[in-house]
Design a protein around this ligand. Sequence first.
Ligand SMILES: N[C@@H](CCSC[C@H]1O[C@@H](n2cnc3c(=O)[nH]cnc32)[C@H](O)[C@@H]1O)C(=O)O
Ligand SMILES: [Zn+2]
Length: 433
Amino acid sequence: MKSSKTIIKGGRFLISGTDEPVLSGYMTIEDDLITYIGKEEPLMEDDVQVVDGSRLLFMPGLVNTHGHAAMSLLRGYGDDLALQVWLQEKMWPMEAKFTGEDVYWGTSLSVLEMLKGGTTTFLDMYDHMDRVAEVVELSGIRSVLMRGVIGLCPEEVQNHKLAEAISFARNWHGKADGRITTMISPHAPYTCPPDFFVKFVQAAHDLDLPMHTHMSETKREVEQNVVDYGLRPVAHLEKLGMFTRPSIVAHGVHLNDEEIEILARHDVGVSHNPGSNLKLASGVARVTDLLKAGVKVSLGTDGAASNNNLDMFEEMRLAALIHKGVSGDPTAVPAPEALRIATEYGAKSIFLNDVGRLAVGMKADFIAIDIDQPHLLPHTDLLSHAVYSASAKDVEHVWVNGKQVVKHGECITLDEEAIRRKAQESFDGLLKR
Ligand SMILES: N[C@@H](CCSC[C@H]1O[C@@H](n2cnc3c(=O)[nH]cnc32)[C@H](O)[C@@H]1O)C(=O)O
Ligand SMILES: [Zn+2]
């Protein structure tokens, strides 16, 4: 195949973690990789596509490390409830009716929202994952996918779900030009009994894949874990062997010092989901302490039914704000750190070492935001604006794996009109069934 080359000319680029985080200059993309970024103008060959970068801020695509994309179908269905009530009385009865078709359109709706809002990679834990993978292939987004399993069912059903999780993980790892990787994911310690949970650990060993689960999301969950198993969730999962695998846990809201130390020792990532944790009143994770202990902290939206949008700019801003508020320390989670949590640390947390930064040799997953708008002027500090002032609506262009997928705010890989119609039809159908 002929190689493609694009040069971004005269843009501003966010290079977090350096002395000069906002660089004015040029970036070259060849096929799926960033091959140059700097102040010197690269040679403009004839067959190069040139993008005018003036009035645009280029930054790494945002990385959403925890969610359930198809749950967008339940957006606004079951607000203002605590986790267990919300799950058991609202979500699970509706989700039991989801068909593969529903998951396909719900996921399409979420991927559309995420791409248009500057998210270039998402982690998805759900059911009917073959249909999710189809959406990923078509849309051009990058993803880490897993069949999440709730084990509150007879052994036969448990084993059937486990087999599905294994075959999905095996069949799809590395597919879609490498844009799909997979993990092994029991839903939570409170929905997968220990003898069942360890089968996932074994599967992850056999397939040499990382693991993901919900953990220590609510105070009630932690207390119940102690009643049921005599241990808090972190020690419980450590005992079941989960942390012998590369792992990332979602939420990690209720952690004591000893638990933070265990997570740091095993290099377990924590996907911080501030929007979902606030909405379900689960609490506020100890992000500053986690970072101080060297734990990889990243950001997730969780499903759209507990957020209720998939705007990673909003999540980044929340992370930068709430930890200042609860600690009384205005230096907690400063803007450059918030940006890295939403990009670079996110990618590392889900074991993608070649995305999350604008640098030579990294995959070309990047976005451009329109910085000519009232709320992004004057151009005092563009990194600060990206964290404290921008939102998903400011995203003008998006590239994933070197291919443009959003152009002037329109998703060019998906049929937006069909998705809008089909998602509504799916929800209407679920209410009737
Ligand atoms: N239906 C599958 C499990 C799907 S995994 C994804 C599950 O996570 C649930 N979920 C979404 N958000 C949260 C959360 O914050 N905490 C715990 N579970 C959640 C969601 O409702 C969904 O049932 C089975 O039967 O095995
Ligand atoms: Zn979740």
